[in-house]
Design a protein around this ligand. Structure first.
Ligand code: G1P
Length: 905
């Protein structure tokens, strides 16, 4: 049970919800969005605050950061004769409003008892591709007397770039050319202002409107001056308060001014119970004519309702592609919102929501691969091309472009033109590729060809190619000038082999400019990341396994790789390397490998025996595991107990980060998660880690797990900016969902089911304590020390949550294309009649697995007794008592497949 009064209640459809509490909150927000990255992105609060944009250059309205949400953006005013001005966004009595929210639509209802009216607004962005937000306003007479009203709608337009929120803000308003049209207000700025190169544009920003009876407005107030006047505010515009009549402005009055789409509708007398509707459309179009077409498309009778139905159906289709049924119905509903998040992140990237005010669009490398995890589970067949294209972002030094461009396979280096290398970037593509291979059985993807990314950055940012110019192209070339292509497998090998040699003074992999924790960005000279070194180690074993498996399936004995890669497979090559020697490793990389492939590669391929490649990879994996096990476990005595856990880092002074320093316990969750997830940690290590995490990172009051202990410093300039954030926020000790979910995942995978469940429950509980978390359903990037959910929606933790639930908790996953069922549900997760289940897609069809646990057995007590399709038992291979495998061929067919998995002693 949540500890605080719930913020909302789910409605019977199990997705939408309603609340009066929320209607009083100004900082809570819902994204409204088109379906693609180039579509419209809005966000809306219960007070109709937020903003509307497509990308960093195309802000329909003023960019809104968190605190800007206190101001309404969209509004609808009614001047009620004898009563004054009332609006959708302004409260007139505390209990007068409520919200209803569904997947990507919002309805607010506000009552103004003293005026005898109720106003309602429904907002959404259609899914049919138009870059417009639609808002239908209803004004209803809820009194017993007729009321006479003068209605005015208002949405201030910005019509320029994010940067102009402050930079050249007034100057860029001078570019506005604004028109008063019968449909409303349209501004078409003369150029996209950019001192590095201005561009002429035809783009139009507009606010159009009409009444529910199809009547156009009676006029408009298109500028701030004409609408607000010098004395007015956004919530109290002079044109409304003083009931000014609209008029046609002169060119001097209208052009080069801040624009507002304020539309006056004709006066109405509403009989008791009567209502009037108004449809307001605001957005942007490639040119003014297109804006007119958008207006006509949505002005027909019933168009709004049809578009709203389409919105509901579209997002339902997306978020119900994987669903869960457990004892907790609210949890199942909540998961429908978590399912939405990876889709939102593919559309939004990590930008454009009020908390995400650092983002300028595009997607980061790590995030790209995380998002694909859930897409692979949702529609595995469609991601193959994307996967291959993404490998084209890898450089021959194993690093990668950081920003993914608009078109498939298009990459750019850091948008801020800083050469940065995140040392963890190499581990994620393999995790994603393996999930794809297991879900589909398509091992051939490893042998597809892909180019390599090329820019002036060489040798993992340690060198710069001053001769490189953009006209050279962004692909690695051979010495004879051809664009070089290597297999996906070769890309993966390079991503793992280069870091293996790229060690610092403790012979651990260098931290470079940061790892998963973007906030560890100040230890690039001497920092090392044990955490991700562990993961590279585990990945080396996984690579060896998948290569051998592919060779067995495809009956081949050799793989083709670039001749230079042999240097990195040193046990097979000519450059001997003693792994205990930092110097040997450095010279292999900097004196042999890098000079051989940069600036150009030979283009020659060699065939290498699979068994030798696998042996080389395992040897390296073993070396990493041994090194960390032997040297990186810290032991700390505290309160009479001895605690053991993994050290995750070395700082820029070469000092070990974790342990006790200046009387403070320093511990990171990241440092523990990857030794477990990679398979490095043994059973005893995991038990020790669990105990230490409970002691030092589990918050006694909130029950969640923190990213790190309080280092008690004002700054840690030898590690990174994270420690300058207040303790308990973001990357400094917040309850960081992504890492907590990965911790749970790692525990489940290692067989620590109860412990994994405890971690997952803590996250779900914090999300479910809605009165404290104060966010809509879904998983936020983190919770702060007060339990408030922050940076909602756009977080990699959603993908990981879905992955963990489906493949670990419900235990349903692919294995080289076959289906493995290995439930790790604990007894409380089964419904009262002993059932739990999940629907997902596999082998090209929808599959529903229903677990039957009639005896109410706990994990560890039950075994899989049989698997039934209808009444028919399916042929399964028993891998262990609670784990069976079903051949892919057995699952082929059409329509939904329902499997009943009977559990018993
Ligand atoms: C965010 C970033 C992610 C990064 C993490 C920690 O996490 O998107 O790339 O690894 O911060 O710095 P997210 O919002 O995905 O949970």
């Amino acid at each position: 049970m949540p500890a605080h009064k719930p913020l909302y209640h789910f409605l019977p459809d199990g997705v939408s919800f309603t609340s009066r509490e929320i209607a009083r909150m100004r900082l809570i927000y819902l994204p409204l969005s088109g379906t693609t990255a180039d579509g419209l992105k809005s966000c809306v609060t219960p007070f109709l605050g937020g903003d509307v944009k497509i990308d960093k250059n195309t802000f329909v309205t003023r960019p809104a950061s968190r605190e800007d949400l206190r101001q309404a953006l969209r509004d609808f005013f009614v001047l009620v004769r004898g009563k004054g001005v009332f609006s959708l966004a302004a409260e007139s009595s505390p209990d007068s409003a409520s919200v209803e929210i569904g997947q990507l639509w919002q309805k607010i209802t506000r009552r103004h008892p003293s005026a005898g009216i109720e106003m309602e607004a429904v907002n959404f962005v259609p899914v049919s591709g138009e870059t417009v937000e639609l808002m239908r306003v209803t004004v209803r007479n809820v009194s017993r007397r007729p009321v006479r009203v003068t209605p005015t709608s208002a949405v201030p337009l910005f019509g320029r770039a994010l940067a102009n929120k402050h930079d050249h803000e007034h100057v860029t308003s001078l570019l506005h050319r604004t028109r008063q049209l019968p449909e409303g207000v349209l501004v078409s700025p003369t150029m996209l202002f950019n001192e590095e190169g201005h561009t002429e544009i035809r783009r139009a920003y507009f606010v159009f409107g009409l009444s529910g009876r199809g009547e156009k407005s009676v006029g408009s107030f298109p500028t701030f001056e004409s609408f607000y006047s010098d004395g007015g505010t956004w919530s109290s515009p002079a044109a409304v308060v003083e009931n000014l009549p609209p008029r046609k402005l002169s060119s001097a009055e209208i052009n080069g001014k801040e624009t507002v789409g304020a539309l006056r509708f004709k006066d109405e007398t509403l009989k008791p119970g009567a209502s009037r509707e108004y449809l307001i459309m605001f957005g942007t179009a490639s040119d003014p004519a297109e804006a007119g077409r958008v207006f006509r498309r949505f002005s027909g009778a019933g168009a709004f309702d049809r578009a709203w139905d389409e919105v509901k159906a579209f997002w339902r289709g997306k978020t119900r592609s994987i669903s869960f049924a457990s004892r907790d119905r609210d949890f199942d509903s909540w998961m429908n919102w978590v399912m939405l998040q990876p889709i939102l992140r593919r559309i939004w990237g990590c930008s454009f929501l009020p908390d995400h005010d650092y983002g300028k669009g595009g997607k980061g490398w790590r995030d790209l691969w995380q998002d694909l995890l859930s897409l692979i589970m949702i529609e595995p067949e469609t991601v193959r091309g994307d996967l291959i294209n993404n490998f084209k972002g890898i450089r021959v030094d194993g690093s990668n472009a950081t920003i993914i461009g608009e078109k498939p396979g298009e990459f750019v280096a850091d948008r801020n033109a800083i050469s940065r290398v995140w040392m963890d970037h190499g581990v994620w593509p393999l995790l994603t590729a393996l999930l794809y291979i297991h879900q589909t059985g398509d091992e051939n993807i490893l042998f597809e060809s892909a180019t390599y990314f090329r820019d002036p950055q060489l040798s993992r940012g340690m060198q710069k190619d001053l001769a490189w110019v953009p006209s050279y192209g962004r692909h690695l070339k051979t010495k004879s000038g051809q664009v070089y292509e290597g297999s996906v497998l070769e890309h993966l090998l390079i991503q793992h082999l280069v870091p293996f040699f790229n060690v610092g003074e403790h012979n651990l992999i260098r931290l470079e400019n940061a790892d998963w924790n973007d906030g560890l960005d100040m230890a690039s000279q001497r920092g090392e990341s044990v955490a991700f070194m562990a993961m590279y180690g585990g990945n080396l074993f996984a690579l060896a396994d998948v290569i051998e498996h592919a060779a067995q399936t495809g009956s081949f004995e050799e793989i083709q790789v670039s001749r230079e890669v042999l240097t990195l497979l040193d046990t097979m090559g000519t450059v001997p390397c003693r792994y205990d020697s930092v110097q040997d490793k450095k010279s292999l990389l900097f004196d042999a490998y890098f000079p051989s492939v940069q600036p150009e590669i030979s283009g020659e391929k060699v065939g290498l025996p699979v068994k030798d490649v696998a042996a080389d990879l395992r040897r390296k994996g073993n070396w990493i595991f041994g090194k960390i096990r032997d040297e990186e476990i810290v032991t700390v005595k505290n309160g009479g107990k001895t605690h053991r856990w993994f050290n995750g880092y070395y700082d820029n002074q070469g000092r070990r980060v974790e342990g006790r320093r200046d009387g403070k316990i320093r511990m990171t969750l990241t440092g523990q998660v990857f030794p477990i997830m990679s398979g490095l940690a043994g059973e005893k290590d995991i038990k020790d880690v669990i105990a230490s995490v409970r002691q030092f990172l589990k918050d006694k009051a909130l029950g969640g797990y923190r990213l790190n202990t309080d280092f008690g410093v004002r700054n840690d300039l030898d590690l990174g900016r994270a420690f300058s954030f207040a303790y308990g926020t973001k990357e400094n000790g917040a309850f960081f969902s992504h890492m907590a979910v990965m911790y749970a995942y790692a525990l489940y995978r290692a067989g620590f089911v109860r412990e994994g469940n405890e971690v997952l429950r803590s996250i779900v509980r914090m999300c479910g304590d809605t009165g404290l978390a104060r966010i809509y359903p879904g998983i936020p990037e983190y919770f702060d020390s007060e339990g408030r959910g922050m940076y909602h929606y756009l977080t990699g933790s959603a993908s990981w949550m879905i992955l963990t639930l489906l493949t670990q908790v419900f235990g349903i996953r692919g294995e080289y294309g076959d289906l493995v069922i290995n439930p790790k549900l604990v007894k409380e997760q089964f419904s009262r009649n002993g059932e739990a289940g999940s629907s997902f897609s596999f082998a090209g069809r929808k599959v529903t697995v229903v677990f039957e646990n009639k005896a109410g057995l706990d994990y560890g007590q039950y075994a899989v007794k049989k698997v039934l399709s209808g009444e028919k038992p399916l042929e399964v291979k028993v891998l262990s008592p609670a784990c069976v495998k079903i051949k892919r061929a057995t699952l082929k067919g059409r329509g939904e497949l329902v499997l009943r998995v009977v559990l018993g002693k």
